[in-house]
Write a protein that binds this ligand. Structure first.
Ligand SMILES: [Zn+2]
Length: 236
């Protein structure tokens, strides 16, 4: 067990963290890590029939149930669907969550998204690392800097997505499906997009690329702390 370690997934809408990071969360929870899902918004405007208020109440319950199945905690930030700003407030909200939960690893959206809340979540998460990690900022919880940040594969964020790390999720995939089914969205009851088919297929494709039955692919930031490499001469 490794309960000092924690995986955090930050998603633009409740359901994003689970669909793109749920299998990775399960993998680490089974290895004894703590896990936390951070939802920037509830994604409450995405229902063709229900009002935003009605769907928000459902999404919140679904998010809590999905987190329970994944063995994760969940945290809802106070932003509205479609209106997530790139702002210091949002960056501090994420930074305070990082200080509180002290994640070893953070997964979030890749920036190449057609959804503005996803792209803004990406920007806010990267900017929040500065607020989270600088000790000179006095907050409720002490400064913390995660060891790594990765971008998870999401069907809405595929512009320029480049798979780099492959995580074998073959042994947790059934439980992952159970967790995402906590959402009516992923049971096919809200929109016609075939979420389960896409993510099931992606896990097979990434699995084939890596030599596993099923895998999730992750991308690394281009310039992140820890990639500095001193050399005597170039080409070595
Ligand atoms: Zn989303």
């Amino acid at each position: 067990m490794d309960s000092d370690r924690c995986i955090m997934v930050v998603g633009g809408h409740a359901a994003d963290a689970e669909i793109m990071g749920g299998a990775a969360v399960l993998k680490h929870v089974r290895a004894g890590w703590r896990a936390v899902l951070v939802h920037a918004t509830l994604g409450e405007k995405g229902h063709p029939k229900l009002s935003a208020e009605e769907y928000a109440a459902i999404k919140e319950k679904e998010a809590r149930r999905a987190a329970e199945i994944l063995g994760a905690e969940c945290l809802m930030l106070p932003y509205r669907d479609g209106e997530l700003p790139v702002s210091e407030d949002a960056q501090w909200d994420i930074a305070d969550a990082i200080r509180q939960y002290r994640p070893t690893v953070i997964l979030t959206h890749w920036k190449g998204s057609f959804h503005r809340d996803h792209a803004n979540t990406h920007t806010n998460v990267l900017a929040s690392l500065f607020f989270a990690g600088l000790r000179a900022f006095q907050r409720q919880h002490p400064a913390h800097h995660p060891s790594a940040v990765y971008f998870a594969e999401n069907w809405e964020d595929m512009e320029g997505f480049r798979p780099e790390l492959y995580l074998d999720v073959s042994d947790v995939f059934d439980r992952y499906l159970e967790a995402i089914h906590a959402y009516s969205l992923f049971r096919g009851e809200v929109v016609s997009f075939r979420y389960e088919q896409w993510y099931e297929g992606a896990s097979r494709m990434r699995g084939a690329e890596a030599g596993f039955d099923r895998a999730v692919a992750l991308m690394r930031p281009e310039s992140y702390y820890g990639v500095r490499k001193p050399v005597e001469l170039l080409g070595e």
